[in-house]
Design a protein around this ligand. Structure first.
Ligand code: SF4
Ligand code: SF4
Length: 415
């Protein structure tokens, strides 16, 4: 770092694309363009940053202070990582530069949402609708009572059903918007008549439709008919370690529409991983993903494979927009609705219902969740211990794993 004469005064400025947070007398400076970061607990820097954050103007600092408070390395990194600058103050212009800080204001009423300058229909927030068509199930998966709170999955439950046409009516305002909402139909019985009728009467109005079913409940004839009649666009097969995989897998793999089939493999330990990889290789399947499932006995597996660390939190570059989004919404839950056969509507299966299609309007449900939602607005900055953590707005949002395990900080970080 090339510092000039002894008495030189500087303005310390921060670039507008740098995210700054201060917690417990530590601060994070994160460059959203190149993914570089500085974390420091130097008191002098923390105090300067507190003022910069509050007033958005550059702070004066002398060469004497830079040396006295051991800030040479800090400022050298600030420059190296394009996080900010030290500008020499000449006698003619000693007015501090203003630091542009981006703010997005969210405003909404029961009809519209305004994000900055953009105004959108409040229903356009809905991105995914998960409908459950469940019967009593003959399969005996040992994850039946645990998987559905962690991933989109069937479970064994008999509901007092509402008429499926009432569900269609409830969803009509969303369907009318003609946007790309994804509809998932979760079932444990492909011959479920409500499901088949629902698919038929929405065949021209809903386009992105996926059936999610366990491999043991697969029925080749029904699936063929459904695809032949263009009632769905894709099929997701769930597989867990208690399933009898090979026979049905051969059937699925012989399907004419097999390009539209994907697999969600539920993993509880390392042995599962090895086993599934073998099976997928055997059937030459590449369209699959692994979903870890917590079963109360595999905490160590989660610690090794799911817990966050410094490396994976900063693995992908985060834009300022994404960080601002994290301060307002939970990106995992945002825009997702779950509708059970009794008409209950939820925004997360780990949370209580937020309405029922018989008594609520979809606009009201979306508006209430936006204003005070327990899922769409589930933010790390509001929960213990994350709210005191420097990384709370750059860390991935709270997922179903935290809710299932009952611990918000599934992480091993050193900040
Ligand atoms: S197929 Fe689904 S509903 Fe049936 S036992 Fe397995 S997890 Fe439960
Ligand atoms: S304490 Fe919370 S915010 Fe901090 S790293 Fe862990 S999970 Fe993320």
């Amino acid at each position: 770092m090339n510092l000039k004469a002894k008495n030189t005064m500087y303005f310390f400025t921060i670039e507008p694309y740098v995210y700054v947070d201060i917690k417990k007398n530590k601060c994070l400076l994160y460059n959203t363009i190149n993914n570089e970061k500085i974390i420091t607990s130097n008191k002098f820097v923390v105090n300067m940053l507190k003022i910069i954050k509050r007033f958005s103007i550059a702070q004066k600092i002398s060469l004497y202070e830079i040396k006295k408070y051991n800030l040479l390395d800090f400022f050298s990194n600030v420059k190296k990582y394009y996080i900010g600058d030290l500008l020499i103050i000449d006698n003619l212009s000693n007015k501090p530069p203003v630091i542009q800080r981006k703010k997005i204001e969210n405003k909404y009423d029961a009809t519209f949402l305004r994000l900055g300058d953009v105004k959108v229909d409040i229903l356009s927030i809905v991105k995914e609708v998960n409908l459950f068509f469940l019967n009593e199930c003959k399969s005996k998966c040992d994850i039946c009572t645990t998987a559905y709170t962690q991933t989109t999955h069937c479970y064994n439950k008999k509901f007092k059903k509402v008429d499926y046409e009432k569900i269609v009516d409830f969803l009509r305002p969303i369907v009318k918007l003609k946007r790309s909402v994804k509809f998932n139909f979760v079932t444990n019985d492909l011959s479920n008549l409500d499901l088949l009728n629902f698919l038929k009467i929405t065949s021209n109005s809903i386009h992105q439709k996926e059936i999610i079913v366990n491999i043991d409940n697969y029925n080749q004839d029904i699936v063929k008919k459904i695809f032949d009649n263009k009632l769905i666009s894709s099929l997701k097969i769930l597989i867990n370690r208690t399933n009898k995989i090979p026979t049905n897998m051969e059937l699925v793999n012989s399907l004419e529409f097999k390009q539209s089939v994907k697999y969600n493999l539920l993993v509880e330990n390392d042995t599962d991983l090895t086993y599934y990889k073998k099976i997928m290789n055997k059937f030459k399947i590449s369209n699959y993903n692994f979903t870890p499932i917590y079963n109360k006995q595999n905490y160590q597996f989660f610690k090794n494979n799911v817990f966050l660390n410094d490396e994976n939190i900063f693995k992908n570059k985060l834009s300022m927009k994404q960080i601002l989004f994290n301060q307002n919404f939970n990106v995992f839950n945002m825009g997702k609705l779950y509708i059970l056969q009794n008409g209950d509507v939820l925004t997360n299966l780990n949370k209580k219902k937020i309405g029922n299609i018989k008594t609520s309007k979809i606009n009201d449900i979306v508006y209430n969740e936006l204003v005070a939602g327990k899922a769409w607005r589930l933010l790390r900055q509001n929960i213990v211990p994350c709210k005191s953590c420097l990384l709370c707005n750059v860390c991935p949002p709270v997922s179903n794993y935290e809710l299932t395990i009952g611990r918000n900080d599934l992480c091993q970080v050193n900040v």
